[in-house]
Each structure stands twice: as C-alpha cells, then as structure tokens.
Design a protein around this ligand. Structure first.
Ligand SMILES: Nc1ncnc2c1ncn2[C@@H]1O[C@H](COP(=O)(O)OP(=O)(O)OP(=O)(O)O)[C@@H](O)[C@H]1O
Ligand SMILES: Nc1ncnc2c1ncn2[C@@H]1O[C@H](COP(=O)(O)OP(=O)(O)OP(=O)(O)O)[C@@H](O)[C@H]1O
Lengths: 216, 216
C-alpha cells in the first residue's frame, strides 16, 4: 500500500484523508488551522499544523517520505501553487491537486501535477445531466468517448422487451444488463422484459445516450 | 422540457446553469454579485442580480414560474437556508440544494429539499477510492448497494481468460463487458481474453469490488 500526505483539511481534503485512512492506508494530514488538524487527529496516522507554502516545514513534517501528496488548499491560489511546487521539490512521486479555476488547472498541469481535480465543476456537470434527464440516475465516463449510464426505466417502457426498444439499432447503445432490486438480469438475447423502475445499464457515446433519453 | 432557476453563480452554480443551457433548457441565473451575473448573461435565457434571502426579489425575477430551482449559495449558511425556504414558498416544484456541512444537509432535508448535494464530499470519496486502488479508473453507485466499476486490467492479468480470473466464483462480481479502445467485447461465456489496459466493466458490492482490487 502507498502512504498519503493530504495538505489542506477543508471538506474535500478531510474527506479524502479520512476515507483513505478508513481503507487502511497510512495518512498524514496537514493544515494551518489548529482546529482542522485536531478534527482528524484520531482518524489519521499523523496530523500536523504546518503551512504548505513553507518547504522546510513540510520537510520536517516528513512529507518527502510519502508516496502521494494531495494538495487540497482551496481559496488561496498562491498557497495552492507554492504547496504543489514544494511537494515536487521534496520528491513526492505522485501529486494530485484540487484546482479552483480553469486557468489554475492549466498552471498546475504545467507544474507537473499528475491529476488536477475540480470538484464543483465535475459535480456541476453531473448534476446538470441528471436534472436535464431525470431518468439518468447516474453515469460514469470511460474516458474514450463512451459512457456507462444507470437509466431508470419509465412507465412507458414497462413490459417491453429489451430488443423491442431498439437500443442498438436506433441509438447504437449496448445493454450491459438490468438490475431489479438486488437481482441482475442479463440482456444478451434481447428477450428480457423491462419493468418500471428497473435500472437499465447502458454503454454508448454521450450524444446517443442523450438522444435516447430525450426520446422518452 | 423543464425550466431551471439557479441561485448562486459560483463555480458549481455556473457549471450547472451553463450545462443545462447547453442542453437546450431555459435557464435563469441569479447572484448578488454583478460580475457573476454578467459572466452568464450571454449563455443563459435570463440573468438577474438579486438576493436569494429576499422572497419579493425572487418573485419579481420570476422564480415562482420555474419548474426547478437549484440553490448553489455556498459559504453563507443562513442565505442558503433562507433561499431554499423562499423557493418553496414561491411554489417551485423541485428544489435541489448544495449543502456545506452534514448538519446543513439535515436542515435542508427537513425543509423539504428534494436533493441535497455536497460536491467536495462526493468527489472526495471518489478520489480516495481511485487513490487507494489506481486500477479503479472510475465507478458509479447504483444506489442499491451495488456499484459498476471501470477497472484497468493490469499486466498481471494479461492474456488470462475472464473465466480463469474467478471474478464470479471468488468475488461475486459480474462482468458487464470489456472495452478495448473503442471496441466492446462481450464476456458472457467467460472465454474472452483480457489484455493490459483494457477497461473491465464490473458489477458488484463495494466490499467485494475492493477485495478484488486489493487482491491484485
Ligand atoms: N498555506 C496553507 N497551508 C496549509 N493549509 C492551508 C493553507 N491555506 C489554506 N489551508 C487550508 O486548506 C483548507 C481548504 O482551503 P479552503 O477552505 O480555502 O478551500 P475550500 O475550497 O473552501 O475547501 P473545501 O471546499 O475543501 O472545504 C482549509 O482548511 C485551510 O485552512
Ligand atoms: N444571498 C445571496 N443571494 C444570491 N447569491 C448569493 C447570495 N450569497 C452568496 N451568493 C452567491 O453564491 C455564489 C456561491 O457562493 P460561495 O462562493 O459562497 O460558495 P462556494 O461554495 O465557494 O461556491 P462554489 O464552490 O460553487 O464556487 C457566489 O457567486 C455568491 O455571490
């Protein structure tokens, strides 16, 4: 297992740190605010009050010995950027950083952050998709232009066979399967019958998924 | 299609509003800060400077005529709560609210918010899972205890048949399919051969998915 240093214990940083610790990883949490450090002292392996802008302070906290650093400082762009630079200078192999704006995102990419995260934007896009089509319960991007969607079967498709809905012929969508409560129903032969509120698991390109959703 | 009023145009609110508009919906954006309203004036149907705490101002902006309200006011807990109450008083049918803390989340649920969103926590949990096991490219919760995971096939499973890996027998995981580049490969008979960097689409319970990931 790898060891993780999380610098910046706001909501995002604290969530990442405590979840990683919960999975059994060795986690160091750092923040300038004493109360934020005290909040995680019981759940993390180590919790230190230090300033991410101060390379020496991070070195003394042992950040250089960690495999992964997560920079979760939010509002203060300068502190976030300096802290990212410091983790690199201390030789941390993998650095993920929370970005505040798109320009900030680009700066971090140039500084060699391995992954840049923008929580409000990622969730915002997700929420917009779910509001636009309430039948889309959730979805995940596969990164190659394809998405997997958990689609709630509406009343209008009740008792129709999967084949009859024309998902592949009309929308180029693959049916990965159906979930009814806790039961998985394979749809390989197209004969499985849909029921209202089933979870229909679809794979396809974004525009085709949206076309299908809009067609209902 | 439904109409949407987004109150609070920070990163989250602006993302939700502009994405909904991009999908062809009628969107009203509201914020107290003139610059935030100006930023969206070209992309939204309507953009108004108003205070979410002021029911009359929201009424005059026409919020009562919208199908859905999204309250995306962040730091100011009181403003967020008052605004949520106002959208309800104006008769908006569906109200989604961004919450700041768990206690805030509970208050909003009691006020009748239809959905409460905590972006930093949702992304934080996601990020922790992906850091804990880098083979987990992404995942989505189906809400019934089951998850769908996009799992990157490591070198150690190269050229093994899906059946030989024992996903169902040892880990109770269903293989929904395999993606290699843009090609989908069905795995119904267990004979499909895995290749390094394939996307293995798995369905199962969280603990079993994690056990499988940790076993590699
Ligand atoms: N120079 C610094 N060194 C270490 N920690 C810092 C520094 N500057 C800010 N922080 C901490 O980073 C945390 C997150 O920053 P901030 O609250 O500004 O961002 P945020 O985007 O509102 O956070 P979140 O959304 O995760 O709650 C705070 O707990 C803050 O104390
Ligand atoms: N009473 C209010 N009425 C309308 N808008 C408001 C009110 N109070 C704050 N806002 C706006 O809500 C937006 C989001 O609030 P804020 O920036 O405090 O939260 P945030 O969590 O940092 O936002 P985000 O993470 O989405 O960028 C801001 O643009 C702010 O101007």
């Amino acid at each position: 297992t790898r060891s993780f240093a999380v610098i910046g214990l706001g909501t995002f940083g604290t969530t990442v740190a405590s979840e990683l610790a919960r999975f059994g990883n060795h986690v160091l949490g750092i923040d300038t605010v004493e109360r934020n450090v005290a909040n995680v002292a019981d759940t993390l392996a180590e919790a230190v009050i230090a300033d991410g802008r101060d390379e020496q302070a991070l070195r003394e906290a042992g950040v250089g010995k960690y495999d992964v650093a997560i920079v979760a400082i939010g509002e203060d762009l300068e502190a976030n950027i300096l802290c990212t630079m410091n983790t690199r200078l201390l030789g941390v192999k993998t650095v993920w950083v929370k970005a505040i704006t798109r320009t900030h995102h680009r700066i971090l990419a140039k500084l060699g952050a391995d992954r840049v995260i923008q929580p409000e934007q990622e969730i915002g896009r997700h929420i917009a998709q779910m509001l636009h089509n309430p039948l889309v319960r959730d979805y995940v991007s596969l990164g190659n232009g394809f998405h997997v969607v958990d689609f709630r079967v509406p009343e209008s498709l009740n008792e129709k066979s999967v084949g009859a809905v024309g998902l592949f012929d009309d929308f180029e969508l693959r049916v990965l399967g159906l979930m009814r409560g806790g039961d998985f129903i394979s749809c390989e032969n197209g004969e499985a019958e849909l029921r209202t509120d089933d979870k229909l698991l679809l794979l396809g390109r974004r525009e085709n998924l949206r076309r299908f959703g809009d067609s209902l």
